[in-house]
Design a protein around this ligand. Structure first.
Ligand SMILES: Nc1nc2c(ncn2[C@@H]2O[C@H](COP(=O)(O)OP(=O)(O)OP(=O)(O)O)[C@@H](O)[C@H]2O)c(=O)[nH]1
Ligand SMILES: [Mg+2]
Length: 544
């Protein structure tokens, strides 16, 4: 296949939503319909010990929530699909935001009983800023839902998105029988299968077919027929250009857990979504001093290989205690053993350990194209946001950073076991979701951790135990804000600075000074009393 054919068949997208809307369940059903797995494991069905492919981490299996995003790559109907399941909980949103930089489209899952929830809205805003197409799935139609027209109206008024329903629900709750495909003008009636483990059998007929009238409650039939006539007459016509511009969202209805409407969604999504597009890059090094940052577009067809790392994950495979860097290919052709430049260090590296990913599983990959996400194993120097390329003028700067908002001291209760503890903590810190600092008045032997949400600390403790067999003790610290201070002579004597009570100092691993505040007021007071000091939300090497 030629390069342009390979690129054109790539579909790289993330599934996003508020916690519990059904992203992981839907991901699993896509794999089932994509023939990538043969039996779907129900997310919270712990009894028969079957877990989803996507929630592979021990903690995820236990709690039935996603803690970390997962990449699943498979071929389906000529498409090369890179599917990224993301965690919905806001404490893990940094991971989700990073994933969103690596995709070309997003599928927004909405619980049809609840409508748009806060986290959906936030993630939607991130997608909108990137201008990527967003398709919508109204899930859980097997339970009592809100009026489907009201759900569309909410998308229009709250998110400002034009909607175009592609499928329409036939009843809801116990009366939910299937969906109407507005494109083919056909009704899909489904039957439930135990646990949704297999594809749902379905029959297809026209809306006027006696079979359809027979299966549906007469009142439901009336309503549905009216709604469909109304949509045909007064709804927005499907506009592919508006979908690609992120202005119109095609809407699908169904029930992921019962496999209702999943195939129509998958087929429609792949068809209407977009292949990888050009990326913006700067010619000057990101952290370069005064060099002008000259932004330019790198087309996917650019001959030279380029890509960036958006995620690092340790210990995905308990058999190999190692660390995977997830790279999104942006241009050129990746081939195993190719030699590229690691732009942050300027060093050349041979990429010989490259993998195709499928949840926790991986297999060697010899070739990859723009849009693909590959896993690189065994390169300790790689960090989140790093560019790897054959073209030394390309520097991607895609990864958003967030100032931490919660803080805690972590320490090792078993000093005799310190090797495991330190190695584990070091590796988990490299994943970049939790940061560590030296705090000036820290309890002896403890490290200050900072994260976007408190659940991240629990994840660190849990993983230290399960992946490194290391106990840890956590003690909350009451700051809520942290800032980096630009170098200044007065930092040589911190005690001379005027600060409110509860304010403390520390340093990051590059020995830059940080300051910790209990609240907004103490920060404003600090700035007022120390007007010569410049504070930054992000690490200094990123703001320069
Ligand atoms: N009734 C019903 N329940 C569903 C449906 N789809 C998913 N669920 C249930 O909703 C719960 C949450 O599903 P998940 O797929 O884990 O949700 P998620 O969006 O991945 O959650 P996080 O990753 O933690 O944000 C599980 O108990 C699912 O079984 C559906 O179509 N109908
Ligand atoms: Mg999930």
């Amino acid at each position: 296949m030629s390069a342009s054919t390979e690129i054109a068949r790539r579909r790289t997208f993330a599934i996003i939503s508020h916690p519990d809307a059904g992203k992981t369940t839907l991901t699993e059903k896509f794999l089932l319909y994509g023939n990538a797995i043969h039996l779907a494991g129900a997310v919270k069905d712990r009894k028969n010990q079957r877990a989803t492919t996507s929630d592979w981490m021990e903690l995820e299996k236990q709690r039935g929530i996603s803690v970390s995003s997962t990449v699943l790559q498979f071929d389906y109907q000529g498409y090369a699909v890179n599917l990224l399941d993301t965690p919905g909980h806001k404490d893990f949103s940094e991971d989700t935001y990073r994933v969103l930089t690596a995709v070309d489209a997003a599928l927004m899952v909405i619980d049809a009983a609840k409508g748009i929830e806060p986290q959906t809205r936030k993630l939607f805003e991130v997608c909108r800023r990137r201008g990527i197409p967003i398709l919508t799935f109204m899930n859980k139609c097997d339970r009592p839902t809100r009026d489907p027209l009201a759900l569309l109206d909410e998308l229009e008024t709250v998110l400002g998105l034009q909607t175009c329903p592609i499928t329409w629900p036939l009843g809801n709750g116990p009366e939910f029988r299937g969906v109407y495909d507005r494109r083919a003008r056909q009704v899909h009636l489904f039957e439930r299968v135990p646990g949704g483990a297999y594809r749902a059998p379905e029959s297809v007929a026209g809306l006027d077919d006696p079979l359809v009238r027979e299966k549906l409650d007469p009142a439901v039939y009336e309503t549905v027929a009216e709604q469909i006539a109304m949509l045909d007459g007064a709804g927005h016509p499907f506009d592919l250009a508006a979908v690609h511009a992120g202005k119109q969202t095609p809407v699908y209805f169904g029930s992921a857990v019962n496999n209702f409407g999943v195939q129509l969604l998958l087929d429609g999504f792949l068809h209407d979504s977009v292949p990888p597009a050009a990326r913006r890059a700067s010619s000057a090094p990101i952290s370069g001093e005064a060099a002008p940052v000259d932004l330019r577009e790198i087309p996917v067809t650019h001959e030279k290989f380029s890509g960036f790392i958006f995620k690092i994950q340790a210990n995905m495979d308990p058999k190999h205690r190692d660390r995977i860097a997830f790279l999104r290919v942006c241009s050129g052709r990746f081939t195993r053993d190719m030699v590229v430049t690691h732009q942050r260090t300027g060093k050349t590296v041979r990429l010989s350990s490259s993998h195709k990913l499928f949840g926790q599983e991986r297999e060697t990959v010899d070739e990859a194209w723009p849009g693909d996400v590959i896993g690189l194993v065994g390169y300790d120097a790689f960090g989140i946001g790093d560019t790897l390329t054959e073209d030394r003028t390309i520097h991607f700067n895609e990864i958003p950073r967030f100032p931490p908002e919660v803080f805690a001291y972590i320490s090792n209760p078993n000093p005799s076991d310190s090797k495991k503890y330190r190695a584990g903590l070091e590796q988990l810190l490299q994943e970049g979701v939790v940061q560590s600092f030296n705090a000036r008045h820290a309890p002896p032997g403890s490290t200050l951790l900072a994260a976007v949400g408190p659940l991240q600390f629990e994840v660190v403790q849990y993983r230290l135990k399960s992946e490194y067999n290391a106990e840890s003790r956590l003690e909350a610290a009451s700051w809520t804000l942290m800032r980096w201070i630009e170098p200044h002579p007065s930092l040589a004597n911190l005690s001379s600075l005027v600060v409110a009570s509860g304010v403390s100092f520390g340093s990051d691993r590059h020995d830059n000074t940080i300051v910790l505040f209990p609240n907004d007021w103490t920060m404003r007071y600090f700035m007022e009393k120390n007007p010569d000091l410049r504070l930054h939300e992000l690490p200094l090497e990123q703001v320069r």
